[in-house]
Design a binder for this molecule. Structure first.
Ligand SMILES: [Zn+2]
Length: 485
């Protein structure tokens, strides 16, 4: 798969000049599907309504501050994935799921399912499953009305245990809140709602997005977003604090991500801000001091975890290259955090003043791969593009190929991941390769059915010749333990 030659968005002029009009089409569609990032994916997906490059691979200026804000939102998800305690824990857990899947690979090179796990391994699997699911669960109320929630007011908040392990005690907590919800049909409902990792992650990315849009374009209309999950943390902050402003809610939300148990940390941080309010102190200063302490306290442990991973992936395989790219980004961002724990706020403020600063930011912590969707039938060869924010190296090596192999390896592992245990590869439901729409390699041209339904079979295709295999095939090859490959 090729990336557009030498594409470097930030080198293009014009990013600082925002068009003030919000295009109606973008506004309508942005609510649901303009862009997406999932923690295990290491890839940002931009839909065809948010094009950043044209058909020839040339950068396009994003039309509005809101559109650029949506891109930044996804970029900050990646930043949080590689440089916060909860984000790195998510990456480390996904890597562990992949490792565990490897132990179920049989002599045919595919997973035989959970019957290959013994009792002790199965308990480990259950812990990973509960953790994975609760990190990714977004709470949504079961409304009596058919309308949409338009606003939320919290009237109580209690911390409770969510995921426990026999060895480590409480791993994740949840905040349970009583909330009054206003509905679009004019009715009011009362619900017991939950605030967990996803609510805090989404609130953080959305508040950063809003900060950018509001300061770069005072005329920009607010893009409509759902109350759940984006506005729940703000509602909770308004319950705990007397006068929370945007800055203090953002600082509290970002601060919580530096704990491996963000819900518990959020309550602690909000109480620090509340204490500052009641004693006449400066809430933001106190929150920043608390984040400083948390970042410093966790630093050695996070670096040790990265070192362990680097020791494990010390070979020259393409998967090792991808994993080491992630640990390198993590190290750079963790170092930035020691100087400025909430550095993403500075990134946003810099970009709002000068769009060309994107170049500087991407040179510090480059974005992961970006998949730009284009209009047209999904079966069109190479309908979509992969966009890199880093230039190709002199030896013409695609710097993000390794990241895509990691993405494919995690995609393969997570297809097997079910509540009852790993599934047998033979029973997996058919789903296309994540790079199906960007590819025109030999397998895609000659046996498209494999790419569309069972991309893991790419590894055993006999038509690859000497030109190398696709990234999914590389991922499966790296997943197979040495004895079965
Ligand atoms: Zn998001």
């Amino acid at each position: 798969m090729e990336i557009p030659q030498g594409l470097k968005l930030a080198a293009q002029p014009g990013y600082s000049e925002r068009v003030i009009l919000l295009t109606r089409e973008f506004e309508m569609a942005a609510k649901s599907s303009a862009a997406a990032y999932r923690p295990e994916k290491m890839i940002i997906r931009l839909s065809s309504i948010l094009p950043i490059i044209d058909a020839d691979g040339r950068p396009i200026e994003l039309p509005t501050a809101n559109a650029f804000g949506v891109f930044l939102h996804e970029y900050f998800h990646y930043i949080h994935n590689v440089s916060t305690s909860v984000g790195l824990a998510g990456f480390i857990n996904t890597l562990e799921i992949w490792r565990l899947l490897r132990t179920t690979i049989d002599e045919n090179g595919f997973s035989e399912g959970h019957q290959r796990l013994d009792g002790a391994y199965y308990e480990h699997y259950r812990n990973l499953y509960c953790l994975f699911r609760s990190i990714r669960t977004v709470y949504r109320p079961n409304l009596k009305s058919t309308g949409e929630v338009t606003s939320i007011e919290v009237s109580s908040a209690d911390i409770c245990d969510n995921v426990q392990s026999s060895e480590h005690g409480v791993l994740l907590s949840l905040i349970k809140c009583r909330a009054k919800l206003e509905i679009s049909d004019g009715s009011t409902e009362f619900h017991d709602i939950e605030v967990g990792v996803q609510e805090i992650m989404e609130s953080s990315a959305w508040l950063l997005e809003r900060r950018y849009v509001n300061s770069s374009d005072p005329y920009a209309a607010d893009l409509p977003v759902d109350v759940f999950p984006y506005k729940v943390v703000s509602a909770l902050a308004k319950y705990v604090l007397k006068n929370p402003d945007h800055d203090s809610i953002l600082a509290c939300s970002l601060a919580a991500l530096h704990s491996t148990n963000p819900a518990e940390a959020l309550i602690d941080i909000l109480n620090i801000a509340k204490n500052a309010e009641t004693t006449g102190g400066n809430a933001i200063n106190d929150v920043q001091a608390a984040v400083n302490r948390i970042v410093e306290a966790n630093h050695a442990q996070l670096i040790k975890a990265l070192e362990d991973i680097e020791g494990e992936f010390c070979g020259d395989s393409i998967m090792a290259t991808g994993v080491l790219t992630i640990t390198l980004h993590a190290r750079i961002a963790l170092e930035l955090r020691r100087q400025k724990p909430l550095f993403e706020i500075d990134f946003v403020d810099l970009l709002a003043k000068d769009g060309a600063a994107l170049d500087c930011i991407m040179s510090k912590v480059p974005a992961c791969n970006v998949l730009q969707e284009n209009a047209g039938p999904i079966g069109n060869m190479k309908r979509d593009f992969l966009v890199s924010f880093r230039q190709k190296s002199d030896d013409n090596v695609d710097p993000e190929a390794g990241l895509r192999v990691v993405h494919a390896a995690f995609d393969f592992a997570l297809r097997h991941f079910s509540e009852s245990g790993f599934l047998n590869t033979e029973t997996l439901s058919h789903k296309s390769c994540p790079f199906f729409t960007t590819c025109d390699l030999a397998l895609r041209k000659n046996e498209s059915d494999i790419c569309e339904k069972k991309p893991w079979e790419s590894v055993d295709w006999d038509g690859w010749g000497n030109n190398g295999r696709c990234e999914y095939a590389e991922a499966i090859s790296n997943t197979r333990p040495p004895s079965s490959s």
